[in-house]
Design a protein around this ligand. Sequence first.
Ligand code: SF4
Ligand code: SF4
Ligand code: SF4
Length: 272
Amino acid sequence: MKKYLMPIIMLIIFEAVAVTLWLTKDNLFYLLNFSYIGCSIALGLTLYIKKYKYARRITQLLVGSYMLFYLGVISNENMQIEGFWYYLFTGVFEAATIHYAVAKIFGPLIFGRGWCGYACWTAMVLDFLPYKVPLQPRKKIGWIRYIVFVVSLIFVSALFLAHVGNIETIMFWAFIVGNVMYYAVGIILAFVFKDNRAFCKYICPITVFMKPMSYFSFFRVKCDTNKCVSCGKCKTVCPMDVDMTDNSRKRKNGTDCILCFECVKSCPKKAL
Ligand code: SF4
Ligand code: SF4
Ligand code: SF4
C-alpha cells in the first residue's frame, strides 16, 4: 500500500474539500465536482505508479475537458482569470473563486503546479503538439504574463465601473473568446519557439498566482545526491527547463515544475 500513498493522500485532500464545501455551501455540486477531480487525479497517479505511459495525459483529459466543456461551455462558469475577478468583485465565493483558491492560489502550497500538469484545459491541447521538450533555449520574455494579468483585471474593473449590464453574458463570451485566443497564441508560440509549453512560460497570467505559491510547495521533485551520477538525462526530458538536481527552493525554474515526473522516469539511478 505504501507505494500508493500519493494517490491516497490526493484523494483524501480532494474529498475533504468536497465534503467541506458540500456541507458549508449546502450544495451537492461541490461534492460531485471535487470528488470527480480527486478521483481523476488519484487514477492518473495510480496508473503512473503502474508505469502506464499516458497516465498523466488521462487525468489531464478527464479533468481538463470536464472543466472546459461542462463547467465552462454548458454551465456558463467563466473559469478563466476574468471569471475570477468577476466573482471576486461581486463578493460571491462560488465556483470560479473556489476553483482559484483550491487549484491556483492555496493548493500550490501543497501540490505546486500540479494543476498545470494534470488539469489545465489549455495545456491539455498544447501537450498534443510535437515539442514536448523545448528545442530552443528559454527566452527572457516572462514579463508578458504580468501585462496579460493586469489587462484582465482592467477589463473586468472597467465593466463594473461603467455599470455595464449583462456582465454575466459578457463573461460567458469572454470565456469562449479568451479560450480561442489562448489556444491560438499557445499553438503559434509552440511552433515559433519549438516548445509546447511556451505559452505557460511566457504568457499565462495565472502563473502570477501559482509561481510564488508553488515556491513553498510541500510536494516537489528532490534529488538523492548520493545516487546521482550527474549524467544529465533528467534535464533533457523536462518540458519546463527545471534544474531538478538542485534541491534548493531557489533552483533554476523551480516554480515552473508541473510534476509531470518525466525526469523521475528517465533517471537511470532512481535518484529523483
Ligand atoms: S501555465 Fe497556464 S496555460 Fe500553462 S498549464 Fe498552467 S494554467 Fe494552464
Ligand atoms: S538522470 Fe538521475 S543520475 Fe542523471 S543527473 Fe539526473 S538525477 Fe542524476
Ligand atoms: S520533468 Fe521533472 S522537474 Fe521537469 S516539470 Fe516534470 S517533474 Fe518537474
